[in-house]
Design a protein around this ligand. Structure first.
Ligand SMILES: [Mn+2]
Length: 323
């Protein structure tokens, strides 16, 4: 029987490819809209909210920008020799937003995702923002699924622990909000790619005081991603029931991610991010992910939207290697 999910709208755009090569497997022919009946393994869920961004951001356009690229990319990962077509992945559509009431938008995200998880209890959510403010309501909904503790692995140039008195909840506050709401303990949060001149000392002190484990972009450059990622998974996976991965695309160097509002020089490389996400994909404790903070309006040739899609697909290639 066809189900409808409250607060979830069908995908706004569907890009088809009229020409096909019979041997080529495009994402557009695999990641198709949910028919309301299938028991989905992987659900692509758009969360088009960026009025909550501190700097000007058109990140609400990211879900559609990524959808547009479904026809440009295949499902085959040559390094892992896996074809994602073996996963039942569907485009679930977008969480419904209120035009002016931003607190209502956050309530819709928490409730809409909760509704999705109730209808499809085995679905792995791939949530595409939007700005980073969406991670607070998303993790609240995520935690309700597990009746236990949640850890977080975050890729970000920024700590996202700004105070809430000077405005918020915004894309600068989701981690602080999660800690102060008691949703996630600081000592179960690992942040990778934290950058100089993109944060301030009082927030570093806050993060340290709350027990957050931070790895800077420089540490990743000097030590490599593999060991750091193992440590991050231990932080988020010890004495927890599930890990949530959140990827702020501004963790990447500005050369690789020209479409993020808060770009940084000497950020992480594409391979450092992809190798990290592949490993996280392999970890059975990772039960959900989001990708945020890409503004397609300021992007160049959809380079950063394409990076976002590759990040998701690389994670899923790791996911296929789960035992
Ligand atoms: Mn962020």
């Amino acid at each position: 029987m066809k189900k409808s999910i409250a607060l979830l709208q069908p995908p706004e755009v569907i890009f088809r490819s009229n020409w096909t090569d019979r041997y080529e497997t495009k994402v557009a022919r695999w990641l198709i809209p949910w028919d309301g009946e299938e028991a989905v393994d992987i659900g692509f869920i758009g969360v088009p909210l960026s009025k909550t961004s501190i700097s000007v951001s058109g990140a609400s356009l990211l879900p559609n920008s990524v959808r547009e690229l479904f026809k440009a990319v295949t499902t085959y990962n040559v390094d892992a020799d896996v074809d994602l077509q073996e996963l039942l992945a569907r485009d679930m559509g977008d969480i419904q937003m209120h035009v002016t009431d931003l607190a209502q938008c956050h309530r819709n995200i928490e409730q809409g995702l909760t509704n999705v998880y109730q209808v499809l209890p085995n679905l792995f959510p791939v949530i595409v923002g939007g700005d980073h403010s969406i991670t607070y309501p998303s993790v609240k909904a995520f935690k309700k699924r597990f009746a236990g503790k949640v850890g977080i692995v975050q890729f970000d140039s920024h700590m996202d622990v700004r105070n809430l008195d000077d405005g918020g909840p915004s894309n600068g506050t989701p981690i602080r909000s999660l800690i102060e709401a008691g949703t996630v303990e600081g000592n179960r949060i690992a942040q990778i790619g934290i950058h100089s001149f993109a944060n301030s000392k009082p927030y570093r002190e806050y993060a340290v005081a709350k027990g957050i484990t931070q790895f800077t972009a420089r540490q990743v450059a000097r030590e490599g991603i593999d060991g750091i990622l193992s440590q991050a998974m231990a932080v988020a996976g010890t004495e927890t029931d599930a890990i949530y991965v959140t990827v702020d695309m501004d963790v990447l160097d500005q050369a690789y991610a020209p479409g993020v509002p808060a770009m940084v020089p000497a950020g992480m490389t594409s391979w450092q991010l992809f190798d990290g996400l592949f490993e996280l994909g392999k970890n059975p404790k990772v039960m959900g992910m989001d990708v945020v903070c890409v503004d397609p309006v300021r992007d160049q040739r959809q380079a950063t939207s394409r990076m976002t899609l590759y990040a998701i697909l690389t994670f899923l290639a790791g996911y296929m290697k789960r035992p």
